[in-house]
Design a binder for this molecule. Structure first.
Ligand SMILES: *Cc1c(COP(=O)(O)O)cnc(C)c1O
Length: 378
């Protein structure tokens, strides 16, 4: 049998993106400039948010959101343990304490009921993560936040294009943070964005993402601008570049097409894997539109690590999302978390496998992966 080579993820860059990057290089605008402004406008338009601020990663987007909301020492921030390093790390970076709330075993998203129990007088914000591209229960989360005067910073690294009650992710929380990292649903190589309906907060975020300087570089250096600037705050070097934005503008135009391809492939997986008793396929919240950044299955009994090894021998790349944050050495040592603290996150982690899924995959590839799964589990 010929060995297949199916990675678990692969970005889709087409001719338009390549041309746009070359044009930008020829334009002389290498750092933040008119393309970044154009990209921000398209993100705001696409999500329906009033403001979009482009930055160099989703990590930077969440870090700046916490800073702009004055969250720091002595404060607590509620999030899920079932996420990537960034979500927890940014809380620690501002000097606040991460308070984990366990996930639901159906959606793998933070449990909105358990959030209520975790709130203390020190709680300042909630960071829900839309795991795999499936929106959290935003209605319940926003109600809890309003009742307790908390900010909500959405980690939407997986969820650009996703919808909750027919409204795009990007307009629910105080801020929403997107990632355009190479593996995400659209990419600028590295990159991110913050959306918010709060104009004042948006102004603060714009200043903080570039040294705390009162004017953007493109204004300072353009013919209309001047040499004069003021440092209003102690900001960061978190800006996006025009080379990235040029890529992003074209990727965003294709997002709905990419999403439909992802959803179609997920449907084929659902159909094929329904026949496999050992596999639990991902559930879809009927109130939301899942954009399948990941296609996470759970194995009921078969050893997860052995399964990934066997798939790899067949040339099929699988991955695991995520090792719960409370099981990592830093979080154990710093905050005293231990195994057993978040049973649902651990239960999902021990069984989870992310199958190959990206827009360029063909229907036949999905059927083939499903067939390999059946053989491996036999
Ligand atoms: C990828 C990812 C991030 C970080 O995104 P960057 O743009 O690489 O900083 C944050 N949260 C989750 C859940 C992610 O998967």
């Amino acid at each position: 049998m010929e060995k297949e080579h199916l990675p678990y993820n692969r970005p889709l860059i087409e001719e338009e993106e390549i041309k746009a990057v070359v044009n930008t290089l020829n334009s002389g605008w290498l750092t933040m400039g008119p393309k970044t402004v154009e990209f921000e406008k398209s993100i705001a338009e696409y999500t329906g948010a009033k403001n979009a601020i482009a930055v160099n990663s989703c990590t930077a987007a969440m870090h700046l959101s916490l800073i702009a909301l004055n969250i720091g020492k002595g404060d607590e921030v509620i999030t899920t343990p079932y996420t990537f390093a960034s979500t927890g790390n940014v809380i620690v970076h501002v000097g606040a304490k991460p308070v984990f709330v366990d996930i639901e075993r159906e959606t793998y998203n933070i449990d909105p009921e358990k959030i209520k129990e975790a709130i203390t007088p020190k709680t300042k914000a909630i960071i829900p993560v839309h795991y795999a591209g499936q929106p959290c229960e935003m209605k319940s989360i926003m109600k809890t936040a309003e009742d307790n005067d908390l900010s909500v910073i959405e980690d939407a690294a997986h969820a650009i294009g996703a919808e909750y009650e027919s409204k795009k992710i990007g307009t629910f929380g105080t801020t929403t943070c997107f990632s355009f990292y190479a593996t995400k649903n659209i990419t600028t190589g590295e990159g991110g964005a913050i959306t918010t309906d709060d104009d004042k907060l948006a102004g603060k975020l714009r200043i903080l993402r570039l040294h705390g300087i009162s004017k953007d570089a493109w204004k300072r250096y353009s013919e209309k601008g001047s040499w004069y600037y003021e440092i209003e705050d102690c900001g960061w070097k978190y800006n996006m570049t025009d080379v990235q934005a040029a890529l992003g503008i074209h990727q965003l135009k294709k997002l709905d097409r990419f999403t439909e391809m992802r959803r179609k492939l997920a449907e084929i997986y659902d159909e094929e894997l329904k026949k496999v008793e050992e596999v639990i396929t991902p559930s879809e919240n009927p109130n939301a539109k899942h954009v399948y950044h990941l296609y996470p299955i759970l194995l009921k009994r078969f050893n997860r690590n052995r399964f990934i090894e066997k798939m790899s021998e067949r040339g099929i790349g699988c991955s695991v999302h995520f090792i719960p944050l409370h099981l990592h050495p830093f979080y154990k040592n710093m905050f005293g978390f231990k195994k057993g603290d978040y049973p649902s996150a651990e239960w999902v982690f021990e069984r989870e496998v992310s199958l190959p899924l990206y827009p360029k995959m063909r229907s036949e590839d999905v059927v083939s992966v499903a067939n390999h799964i059946t053989e491996v589990l036999r």
